[in-house]
Design a protein around this ligand. Structure first.
Ligand code: SF4
Ligand code: SF4
Length: 290
């Protein structure tokens, strides 16, 4: 099977000679492997592409990725964002009462995996032209551990708490103080008690005046304070110094004794400390992940 991805931000049809099209061997033989969108960007037909990679080398803006994968891989597609867009094969399975770590290069689908496991995205099983349907997902994974997870998600029986990757975006989503944000998930007494535990010093500052480290701790506190069954922490140690990292790692580890936790983390020492099992994700950045 072929994975053909167009990196939208890099494709500049006004600043090239359409090399992808002009040098494509099947196109030169009259086979429409590459056609054109209204905005003059190429559409690569994966079934017709022979995977020679010439377009990848000829494009002056490095805007295409073509990967050849074994045909058997196709059946493992759990989600695909669109034609010539990123796709993910397979997912780690959360394990009750354990902390699962996800490790992998940037762009290989770690955050997509969390969004799928948290039910923010319903898997479309590769059918990007249609919204994912839970019944199809549950049928597809019949008899597997992850099917139980999807059943819980689709029936809304699993309560989710998620610490997002980009904490610097939080001030754009909430106009108030850190305390006001945390009091949305817990009582004011609990918030004060927890702030002391996690060394939060900017509780009464407006979020747009709070440093990255305090925002990170605030986001972690909001997640830990939430009553949930499954907790996700997407890169919890960014912005934190080593002492703060260890403190957070201990808290996540303690949480994992009672709850199900999934952590994405680049700091290997922290990941090793907090997790029971680690899933390694690999692939081609922004093209596919396994
Ligand atoms: S993929 Fe490359 S060669 Fe093709 S239109 Fe875009 S920038 Fe031009
Ligand atoms: S990999 Fe080869 S066949 Fe496929 S689109 Fe590029 S040039 Fe054409």
């Amino acid at each position: 099977m072929r994975v053909a991805v167009l990196h939208e931000d890099r494709c500049q049809p006004k600043k090239c000679q359409n090399e992808c099209y002009n040098f494509c061997p099947p196109v030169r033989n009259g086979i429409e492997v590459i056609t054109w969108r209204k905005d003059n960007k190429p559409i690569v037909s994966e079934p017709l592409c022979i995977g020679c990679g010439i377009c990848v080398h000829k494009c002056p803006h490095d805007a295409l990725t073509i990967v050849n994968l074994p045909d058997e891989q196709e059946k493992d597609t759990i989600h695909r964002y669109g034609m010539n867009e990123f796709r993910l094969f397979g997912l780690p399975t959360p394990e009750k009462g354990k902390v699962i770590g996800i490790l992998g290069a940037n762009g290989t689908g770690k955050t997509t995996a969390i969004s799928l496991l948290a039910g923010e995205i319903t898997p479309n099983l590769g059918d990007w032209e249609n919204e994912g349907v839970w019944e199809d997902v549950i049928d597809h994974y019949a008899g597997t551990e992850i099917q139980k997870h999807f059943v819980g998600l689709s029936s809304k029986k699993i309560r989710i708490a998620l610490k997002p990757q980009y904490v610097d975006r939080i001030p754009k989503m909430f106009d108030g103080t850190l305390r006001e944000l945390l009091e949305k998930v817990a009582s004011s007494d609990k918030v004060s008690e927890f702030a002391e535990k996690i060394n939060l010093t900017s509780l009464d500052k407006k979020l747009d005046k709070v440093s990255g480290g305090e925002l990170q701790k605030g986001a972690i506190a909001a997640t830990l304070l939430k009553e949930a069954d499954l907790y996700f922490f997407d890169e919890p140690s960014s912005y934190l110094d080593i002492e703060q990292r260890i403190l957070i790692a201990r808290m996540i580890s303690e949480l994992g004794e009672k709850k199900t936790v999934v952590v994405i983390e680049h700091d290997l020492a922290i990941l090793d400390y907090v997790t029971d099992n680690i899933h390694i994700m690999y692939g081609s950045p922004n093209a596919y992940g396994i």
